[in-house]
Design a protein around this ligand. Structure first.
Ligand SMILES: Cc1cc2nc3c(=O)[nH]c(=O)nc-3n(C[C@H](O)[C@H](O)[C@H](O)COP(=O)(O)O)c2cc1C
Length: 222
């Protein structure tokens, strides 16, 4: 079992979001998971420039780290997203990765995988950020097992210790959900509705979006 964590904080070792994500991974390791932590601020991931070629080819034409990272995530069973709140929402680092997921959204490329989200803020915006991260994960096919959306006003070490142990428990929960192939019926129903919607969109464009048409055909979603 492999689980990826993607962190949207640019603060590297000073990042509290990173600390929490690493605890989730540590919890998952206790259940035997192999884990990988990715600092998006250190990855070379450019802005999407909206060419739409990913619908035709099944991958992005840009020569940066996006395709190789996405390919590795495709081989994993779990994905955890983390972001601090900047100006009321997720950071640009994570949003830039999200913007590159147009093909993944159309085809629910991560269907069958499980995920979690973590957001941290000084005072507010953490729920909005967590809701949005969950929404994107569900749209690419992931079933979201749980989340942590928290405020960390700063300097409250006992509170942070409690958060760290909660994060570790979340990692255990995620790994167990993967092992048990747990089902979240409401999320699966929502994903089926979205698949029906995108099937129509892909059918309308099937002469151009060759890869996506072939993909949903092979998946039996036509
Ligand atoms: C540029 C910037 C913008 C921020 N905007 C907000 C905000 O809108 N609301 C908030 O509650 N906290 C805000 N914060 C505080 C961070 O969300 C908070 O400290 C977070 O836990 C930092 O996470 P990190 O340590 O993982 O980078 C901001 C911090 C920075 C540096």
């Amino acid at each position: 079992m492999k689980i990826f964590a993607l962190c949207g904080s640019p603060r590297k070792n000073n990042s509290r979001t990173a600390q929490l994500l690493k605890q989730v991974l540590a919890g998952a390791q206790l259940e035997g998971a192999e884990t990988e932590y990715v600092d998006l601020s250190e990855s070379k991931i450019n802005y999407c420039f909206g060419c739409g070629k990913c619908h035709k080819l099944g991958e992005c034409i840009q020569k940066d780290s996006f395709n190789s990272l996405f390919g590795e995530i495709l081989q994993a069973e779990g994905i955890i997203l983390g972001s601090p709140v900047y100006a009321g929402h997720i950071t640009a680092q994570l949003k830039t990765w999200f913007d590159r997921l147009a093909n993944a959204i159309h085809c629910q490329r991560l269907a069958g995988k499980y995920g979690m989200v973590i957001s941290t803020a000084n005072g507010s915006g953490h729920e909005d950020a967590a809701n949005y991260m969950e929404k994107v994960l569900r749209r690419i096919g992931v079933q979201v097992v749980d989340r942590m959306a928290c405020t960390i006003p700063g300097g409250l070490l006992p509170e942070e210790a409690e958060l760290l142990s909660r994060a570790r428990d979340l990692g255990v929960t995620l790994a167990r959900a993967i092992a048990e192939k747990r089902e979240f019926p409401e999320q699966l129903e929502e994903q089926e509705r979205l698949r029906n919607h995108y099937r129509q969109v892909i059918l309308r464009n099937k002469d151009v979006w060759e890869w996506e048409y072939r993909y949903i055909q092979e998946k039996g979603w036509l």
